[in-house]
Structure formats: structure tokens, C-alpha cells
Design a protein around this ligand. Structure first.
Ligand code: ZN
Length: 381
């Protein structure tokens, strides 16, 4: 295992303060408090070392292009697995060291996660849900996750846990990307969602619910899911926030994964409504972490920087506040407590950029180095 010192730059530890001058040492895959003997020294003067970014909602199996569905349907399983690994590498090289994949064929997601963790192939460290639990013909049915009725969804959860998933994803509403599903209607009853949640919790997994439409959100909140994905309050007339439902999300401690699209900033028709909604979620005290839905058309797997800048434009938060959403806050809310901060003993997942991202998020585009699990995976020396 590499011993390394990143010397002469600044450090942002993932917490409240701005960056400070200092060196970062790593040994045996974790951050060390002192320089390990014989460490390779990398000069990172003019740069800032920060925790590797955590992407909360990705689809590694999608190619981020308009032809995504034809490509998905045309892929052999072997080719899809290679595509997923390629996308995990695109994310990693941009400084995203952890990715939560929320929709891919179950066995491929689990196989790739284990291959990366075992050092067989390179890529961002994965947390996977496998195929989303969805109704027959429902949103993303083509991933192989159809299940109906209380017994059916319980079996669905058990099968996924048996296969080795980390999370259970359920499609609580239809989606925009599946013709024939209805984003404005709920896909499951409260009783079906409760069966999923009960079964998942019994097996020590949490439930992430895709919910675009207001009705789907209401049903998911009433059932008590752990995380709302998108939470976009969509109606046929656009995004319409419901402060009563938002207050209930906060009261129940349901996490929000807002899937911020970096494209939104160029969509003046959609931006103000979505920004208003995201601000309302923060103001209500909801627990929010950073996610993008990368892999869908127009959102490549390294899109989190654009999304972070969009988040800043939406909420007028400081650069540090926004960065925390993709580092220490994500790690805490997703219960990945070995990462997201720079402190002795933490996983050595690091991003090094030219300049100071605690002052200017655009510096995240200027990657000097990426370290994942103590391995130097990118170095622009
Ligand atoms: Zn998604």
C-alpha cells in the first residue's frame, strides 16, 4: 500500500471552516497524523486537498445520452458491466470517490461493487441498490425489479438482500423516462410501501423512494420511507411545493436526495420553481445531501461540480456549506462514517484541485490529483 504525503498546499477537512495551510499524510489506505517513513511526497502547492466527493444518486448503467434506452436495451450483460465500470472510472477521475448507484440490474451492480472493493478493477467505491422495486410495467421495469402486492414486494426485498444490495430503492411514483408510467400518480399503496420498509429494516437496509409527483411523495411520507429521491413535487403544471408535506418530511426525519441537475441553470423556465422548492426544504430543516441523477440524458457521471454550482445558485449558500453536502453531510446521512472528512484514521479518499474550492466552487474543475482508498488514481504532476 502506498505511503504518501501531499505537501505544501492547503487542506479543507470537510467541516465548518475554510481551508488552512497544511500537509496531508496517508498510509495503509487511511489518513495518518504524521508523515509515514519513506513516504512519496507530492508537491501540491497552490492546491487544496479536500475529501473525495460523494455522489448520492447515479445510474452507472445509463450512458447520459439521448439514445440511453436503445443503448441499454442493446447491451449484452458483459458489455453493460464494462460500461458501468467505465462510468465508475469517469466519476472517480473527476474526484467522486463514492457513488450510490440507485438503479441497475442487481447482479451487475453487486458484482461491480465487489470487484472495485476487491481491487480487481478501478472505479469509485460503490453503494448499490440493484434493480428498483417497481410495479409491473412501472418506472424502470426494464431493470428487472417488478413486484406487486404486499407479499410480492416483501419477496422482492428479500431477493435483493440475498443478492447483496446495500440499499432498497422503490419507485413510489412513475417516472419521466418510462413511457406508460405516470409520474404524477403513486405506484404503490401505503400498505405496500410499509411492507417494503418493514422487510428492509428487518434486514438492516434503508429504503430510498423515487418520488416525483406530489401524490407519490405523500404516500412515501405517510409510509415512512428513509430517503426521498428527487422530491420534486411535480404536477402537470410544473413543480408546486406543499409546505405541509415538507414540514412532515422534516418532522419524520426523512432524508432528501434532491437530484440537482447541472442543466437547470440553463433552463430559466424551470430554475426558479425548483430553486424555490429546494430553499423551502432547507428552510423547513430537512436533512439534505448532494445527488444529481447522473447517467440520465445530459448528465454525465462527473457532473457533480456543475450540480454543486447550481445548488449554490439556488440557495445562496457559501461554498463551504455546499461542499459539505457532498462530503461530510453525505457521509453522515448515508452512514458512511469512514469518509467525508480529513482526519487520522479516515479512508484516504481525497481530491486535490488547483486553487481553493472553499472560496470558489469552479476550482473543482481543475483536478490535480485523486486518491481513492489510499491509491493515487490520478496525478497531473
Ligand atoms: Zn435516478
Amino acid at each position: 500500500m502506498v505511503t504518501l504525503t501531499l505537501a505544501g498546499g492547503r487542506v479543507w477537512d470537510g467541516l465548518d471552516g475554510a481551508s488552512t495551510a497544511g500537509d496531508v499524510h496517508l498510509s495503509e489506505g487511511v489518513i495518518a497524523s504524521t508523515a509515514p517513513e519513506g513516504a512519496r511526497v507530492l508537491d501540491v502547492s497552490g492546491c487544496t486537498v479536500l475529501p473525495g466527493l460523494i455522489e448520492g444518486h447515479t445510474h452507472l448503467a445509463f450512458n447520459a445520452q439521448p439514445d440511453w434506452r436503445a443503448v441499454y436495451d442493446g447491451d449484452s450483460r458483459e458489455r453493460m458491466l464494462l460500461r458501468m465500470q467505465g462510468h465508475a472510472m469517469v466519476a472517480l477521475r473527476s474526484g467522486i470517490t463514492t457513488v450510490r448507484d440507485l438503479g441497475a440490474p442487481t447482479d451487475l451492480a453487486v458484482t461491480l461493487r465487489d470487484a472495485i472493493q476487491g481491487g480487481l478493477v478501478a472505479g469509485a467505491d460503490l453503494v448499490v441498490a440493484g434493480a428498483p422495486v417497481t410495479t409491473t410495467g412501472g418506472h424502470c421495469w426494464f431493470m428487472g425489479g417488478e413486484a406487486d402486492g404486499e407479499l410480492g414486494v416483501r419477496v422482492g426485498v428479500r431477493e435483493r438482500v440475498k443478492a447483496g444490495v446495500d440499499w432498497i430503492k422503490v419507485m413510489a411514483s412513475g417516472g419521466n423516462m418510462t413511457p406508460g408510467s405516470n409520474p404524477f400518480a403513486a405506484q404503490y399503496s401505503v400498505a405496500e410501501l410499509r411492507a417494503i420498509i418493514e422487510e428492509a429494516h428487518r434486514l438492516d437496509r434503508r429504503v430510498a423512494a423515487h418520488a416525483h409527483g406530489v401524490v407519490g411523495i405523500e404516500v412515501a411520507v405517510e409510509a415512512g420511507v428513509d430517503v426521498l429521491e428527487h422530491c420534486s413535487f411535480q404536477t402537470a403544471a410544473g413543480s408546486v411545493k406543499d409546505l405541509g408535506v415538507i414540514a412532515e418530511i422534516a418532522r419524520k426525519g426523512i432524508l432528501v436526495s434532491p437530484t440537482i441537475s447541472g442543466r437547470l441553470i440553463d433552463q430559466p423556465d424551470r430554475f426558479p420553481q425548483r430553486a424555490d422548492l429546494v430553499r423551502a426544504l432547507f428552510e423547513a430543516g430537512c436533512d439534505i445531501f448532494m445527488s444529481t441523477d447522473s447517467g440520465i440524458p445530459g448528465l454525465p457521471h462527473d457532473d457533480i461540480v456543475r450540480a454543486l454550482r447550481t445548488m449554490q445558485a439556488m440557495t445562496a449558500q457559501s461554498a463551504v456549506e455546499v461542499l459539505r453536502l457532498a462530503t461530510s453531510t453525505s457521509a453522515r446521512l448515508l452512514r458512511l462514517t469512514d469518509r467525508g472528512t480529513i482526519a487520522p484514521g479516515q479512508r484516504a479518499d481525497l481530491l486535490v484541485v488547483e486553487g481553493d474550492p472553499t472560496r470558489d466552487l469552479e476550482t473543482l474543475e481543475r483536478v490535480r490529483a485523486v486518491v481513492a482508498g489510499g491509491r493515487l488514481v490520478r496525478w497531473e504532476g
